[in-house]
Design a protein around this ligand. Structure first.
Ligand code: SAH
Length: 340
């Protein structure tokens, strides 16, 4: 049965119309779900019993189940079991500006990036928008605090689940609901060009991050199979188009892998690639996983790489590290759970 968290406000309005009810019921249900956070239809005390019965017949409320939490000072890692027994993960991070959550968008992933733990499990299925929404609700319940920022950077490729991603944004952004500002939402993609084009027309100002990880096709082909379908020159042209259409800044994520993409030449080539773009580069110290054989770059290699970019006057940061001692690297908790 469908989760009621899967319905956007407009869809719920439509639903009530189809069952011959007034639109404002949608407002009431949204208040119960997202402001009062009830977990059963029976608690919706201003809605008549016969309508409650119809709702119960058509929807479930709680759909995903919190299985395990690993806690640290600044970060919690959550493992969820879905109603079909699959597992996904979310990570909560405490910042000085608020709390952010990194959510999963699929069970497994088909992108096959060589360095990524998540992709070791091929895509089993897309998450519904409701399952993405519920990750936020369950984590907020656990920490008893409102989450201020969302990144869609957990397990999965959100642009390979584009419709549900869009619906998710619509639901969490809705003002009389979870109400997370679209500028506080960031979606990360490995570079599925046709979806970047669609995203440039999406009427919410969600931030775009691109998993670049290499300054040329030779290295990117080796690390990311998607680059064979959508090579770097085409990707960069699409990003130029995105920036021109939306007037928004793009983030490039660049994992530093020892001996692979962390040389001074690579740093310079990266600067040439993004020169003149409204962007910033986020250098990511690699979270080593047991299974894949890649090593994180040495500290001074990372600083040198950073300095070269900085000198070229391109915005750059080194990602602060969260949770390397609690398996917070993408997909690690799931792998552990399933003993993969
Ligand atoms: N599929 C999307 C979003 C999920 S991956 C994407 O590719 O962007 C989120 C980010 O984590 C990506 O930049 C990914 O390349 C990076 N990542 C994957 N494994 C990592 C690891 N072990 N250490 C650091 N970053 C990793």
């Amino acid at each position: 049965m469908e989760s009621i968290y899967n319905k956007s406000f407009d869809e719920l309005v439509e639903y009530f119309e189809t069952i011959g009810q007034k639109k404002f019921k949608a407002t009431q249900v949204f208040e119960w779900l997202y402001l009062k956070r009830v977990k059963s239809f029976d608690e919706m005390s201003n809605i008549k019993k016969d309508i409650i019965d119809v709702l119960k017949k058509d929807f479930v409320i709680e759909d995903i189940c919190l299985d395990k939490v690993e806690r640290d000072v600044e970060v919690n890692k959550y493992l969820f079991t879905l109603n079909d027994g699959n597992h996904i993960e979310s990570v909560l991070m405490r910042h000085d500006y608020g709390t952010s959550i990194c959510i999963s968008s699929q069970v497994g992933c088909n992108m096959g990036c060589r360095f990524c733990e998540s992709g070791r499990l091929k895509k089993v299925r897309n998450l519904t928008a409701g399952e993405m929404v519920e990750q936020i609700l369950k984590v907020e319940e656990d920490i008893n605090t409102r989450i201020t920022h969302v990144v869609i950077m957990g397990i999965g490729e959100p642009f390979d689940n584009f419709d549900n991603f869009k619906r998710f944004v619509e639901i969490v952004n809705y003002q009389k609901g979870i109400n997370i500002g679209s500028r506080h939402i960031t979606v990360s993609t490995c570079g599925i060009i046709p979806k970047i084009r669609e995203f440039s027309e999406f009427p919410y100002q969600v931030n775009l991050a691109i998993s670049l990880h290499a300054p040329n096709n030779e290295i990117r082909d080796m690390l990311m199979p998607i680059n064979k379908a959508y090579p770097l020159d085409k990707l960069m042209a699409e990003i130029r188009h995105y920036i021109k259409t939306t007037n928004r800044r793009v983030t490039f994520e660049y994992i530093l892998l020892s001996g692979i993409n962390d040389s001074e030449e690579c740093a310079n080539e990266l600067c040439d690639l993004v020169r003149g773009l409204n962007c910033y580069i986020n250098l990511i110290p690699y979270n080593e996983t047991n299974n894949l054989g890649y090593k994180r770059s040495k500290k001074d290699t990372i600083s040198k790489f950073y300095d070269i970019i900085k000198k070229r006057k391109i915005n750059v940061t080194i990602r602060r590290e969260f949770g390397s001692n609690i398996s917070a690297a993408c997909g690690q908790l799931r792998s552990k759970k399933e003993d993969l």
